[in-house]
Design a protein around this ligand. Sequence first.
Ligand SMILES: C[S@@+](CC[C@H](N)C(=O)[O-])C[C@H]1O[C@@H](n2cnc3c(N)ncnc32)[C@H](O)[C@@H]1O
Length: 355
Amino acid sequence: MKSQKRYKLVDIFSGMGCASLGFRQAGFEIATALEINPIRCEVYESNLKVKPIIRDVMNVDGKQILKAGKIRKTERFCIVGCPPCQSFSKLSDTTSVNASSDPRSKYVKKFAKIIEETKPTAVVFENVAWMVKGPGKKFFEYYLKKLEKAGYSTVFNTVNAADFNVPQNRHRVIAISIKKKHMTQKVQKSLQKFLNTKKRNHKTVKDAIKDLKPISVGKKDIEDNLHFSRNHDPKVLKIIKAIPKNGGSRTQLPRNLWLECHKKIKHGADSVYGRMWWDKPAPTMTCRCTTPACGRFIHPSQNRGISLREAMRIQTIPDNFQMGGNRQRAEEMIGDAVPVHLAKRIGIQLMQILP
Ligand SMILES: C[S@@+](CC[C@H](N)C(=O)[O-])C[C@H]1O[C@@H](n2cnc3c(N)ncnc32)[C@H](O)[C@@H]1O
């Protein structure tokens, strides 16, 4: 569906550009992006053909962003931002958190400040679910209050990417803020309905990766640089081989194959060294998504962790997307990315409701 509307997009914390790519597919024109990591900026530029501002967001203001994006004061544009979220996982106490002064909230605060300074037509904020239901709640409330004061109404929800055509269970809070004058009742209802989307038939691991060539441990598909299996040491390989095919878990292993550290675990960590299921969505791709010791990241039927290509397919990153950096850096960028299909769906929704 091609829209006649022209909206520019500014992507703050742009990473390697998956959110930007999805918005571009929805019809947005990428005006500028901002990202601190030079490798991610290189990958961004080679795919999006836009050079991001390579800076620490803390040293940039709204004026500079508008200038870099050649955005005039009267122009309609949107901002998307996925502030880094690692710090929220370490927060255990929410009651004593002062959201306005806590250093861990600095990126959320800065993002809100950029909105105040640039006044986009709409803003999309993406983050981990802890932001609304857990440790980051105070920061999220602070963010909402700031945007409200700046003249925006926000609709938000925790969505599962699997409900948006992504073959992966990935729960993220999406907050869509629009200038109050555009947030009519009809628009608000439409956004609420969109963020409550539930799908019966989810895309599966089979849909995402079944056509890729089988590869053995330590080997690669000579036609695809990103479809390679990392080497597993003999002890790990023995475990992997013994995990039942299609959804098997380490808890099903004979006791003699249990690692010492696993013997000490009473509850939890059931997914580590787990195999994905062919007929279900994959688990959340993380920054360690090709590492069996870090989650359910073993191929459903082959005896190896998934390849970067498989992880990218699960993140709905197209095969013609150029990666950069070494294996570990690539794995991190993939795990951090917003699934392209999810970003595209959000972009299409915005195009439908914005003036
Ligand atoms: C969750 S990732 C964004 C992923 C991206 N939206 C995508 O779809 O590929 C957050 C990004 O913020 C960047 N970042 C972290 N601290 C930053 C800072 N101080 N200034 C600018 N960018 C920063 C990280 O390097 C990372 O790429």
